[in-house]
Design a protein around this ligand. Structure first.
Ligand SMILES: [Zn+2]
Length: 149
């Protein structure tokens, strides 16, 4: 039985949802696809389904069999991506209940973040998809931006 399913998400488009409970630290789903050495390009809907394994190596996750491509970003995610050889594991950051949407931090840099709005609805949502270690910098950037207006 599948441990996850893809269906309409309140965050964005189609999301990934748990169909059973997961314990903290448990592998939820694998992000799989072809290994490519140039950054995958957006599809006709402007979506890029890819993850960087390490500098210069990406997984092209656009294949239909890669259900993990539906996982949305959240500013307060319940899972995280962990490289594991030639796949990426989506691992539970805390206990996840059946029916919860699976989210992780996409880890976009500041430049990418500016063009990717976030609708995750978390209390600490920045309104942009931006990697956790960059959040402080991003807030500063926004404040500086506002002050100049
Ligand atoms: Zn958010």
């Amino acid at each position: 039985m599948n441990k996850v399913e893809a269906r309409t998400s309140p965050i964005h488009g189609i999301g990934l949802f748990a169909t059973r409970d997961f314990a903290k630290g448990e592998r939820v789903v694998q992000y799989t696809g072809l290994i490519v050495y140039t950054p995958p390009q957006p599809d006709k809907n402007g979506l890029v389904h890819a993850m960087e394994l390490n500098p210069g190596r990406w997984i092209d996750g656009s294949g239909q069999e890669n259900i993990a491509r539906h996982a949305n970003h959240s500013c307060e995610p319940n899972a995280e991506s962990q490289p594991d050889g030639d796949v990426i594991q989506i691992v539970a950051l805390r206990d996840i209940k059946s029916g919860e949407e699976i989210t992780f931090d996409y880890g976009y840099n500041l430049c990418d973040a500016l063009s990717h709005p976030c609708h995750c609805g978390a209390k600490g949502c920045l309104g942009r998809i931006v990697a956790t270690p960059l959040r402080t910098a991003f807030w500063k950037h926004l404040r500086i931006g506002r002050a100049r207006d």
